[in-house]
Design a protein around this ligand. Structure first.
Ligand code: DGL
Length: 270
């Protein structure tokens, strides 16, 4: 791609809701010149407990909408959507597509010394085994222990990132890892980076926490450079679109993204 217009086209980023703003925020910090169109499917969140077929259908609808907005690449910021829909999107879309599972898995393989990696995510992500496959694709000898932590998403959305209830719930979920020999834990869900201090406190300092958001932002930069579609602009612009109540998105979104969210557009499906 050589025209300036194409290079300066925005990156599309989507998630089941607001959590993917952690990925958008990391992209914004690492690639400040890139413009972003963020879509949060707030009307249909959560994806975690839904069937792979449903999540694939939702993901295809959103990807088609982002293409209509003229995006040059799509980042699937949702772990559950990546787990169920990334191969389909990568095969069928005319722009490069990146998910969060591969970058997180690669970072975990790089970080571990004992070769025993833990993964936490939604029920759908863990059931799909997407992280286990991605880690084994990098390093087949790794031992991977994966656990679903479905209650953590609503607790983060409630803003209870340092609440004693969240401590209790997280302790319960992380208990098997305390007896295990893992030295690396993948935070395989958009919401978990907001719980980093709490999870770190429970799991102890000897365990490295892998934040897929950071890794995905770095991979996005590499992808744009490889395809020669990185922008030359100094500062990007941002659009935020939700499929439900924009006021709620605005209020909660600032928790994930900060004050850069001033206006939220609405686009509904179905
Ligand atoms: N965005 C989802 C993920 O990263 C978490 C929220 C949901 O269940 O939709 O898996």
């Amino acid at each position: 791609m050589s025209s300036t217009a194409s290079r300066d086209a925005p990156i599309g980023i989507f998630d089941s809701g607001l959590g993917g703003l952690t990925v958008a925020h990391a992209v914004m910090r690492h690639l400040p010149g890139e413009s972003l169109v963020y879509f949060g499917d707030t009307a249909r969140v959560p994806y975690g407990p839904k069937s792979p077929e449903t999540v694939r259908r939702y993901s295809q609808e959103i990807a088609a909408f982002l293409l209509e907005q003229g995006v040059k690449a799509i980042v699937v910021a949702c772990n559950t959507a990546t787990a169920h829909a990334l191969p389909l999107l990568a095969e069928t879309l005319p722009v490069p597509v990146l998910g969060v599972v591969g970058p997180g898995a690669r970072a975990a393989v790089r970080a571990t010394r004992t070769g025993h990696i833990g993964v936490i995510g939604t029920a759908g992500t863990i059931r799909s085994q997407a992280y286990v496959r991605a880690i084994h694709a990098e390093a087949p000898h790794m031992i991977v222990t994966a656990t679903a932590c479905p209650l953590l998403v609503p607790l983060v959305e409630e803003g209870w990132t340092n609440h004693e209830v969240t401590h209790l719930v997280a302790r319960e979920y992380l208990d098997p890892f305390l007896k295990d020999e893992i030295d690396t834990l993948v935070l395989g869900c958009t919401h978990y980076p907001l719980l980093k201090p709490l999870i770190g406190e429970i799991i102890g300092r000897r365990v490295r926490l892998i934040d897929s958001a950071e890794e995905t932002a770095l991979d996005t930069g590499r992808l744009l450079a490889d395809r020669d579609i990185a922008t030359t602009a100094a500062i990007g612009s941002y659009r935020f679109i939700a499929s439900d109540d924009p006021q709620q998105f605005l209020k909660l979104g600032q928790r994930f993204f900060g004050d850069a969210i001033e206006h939220v557009e609405v686009r509904t499906f179905g």
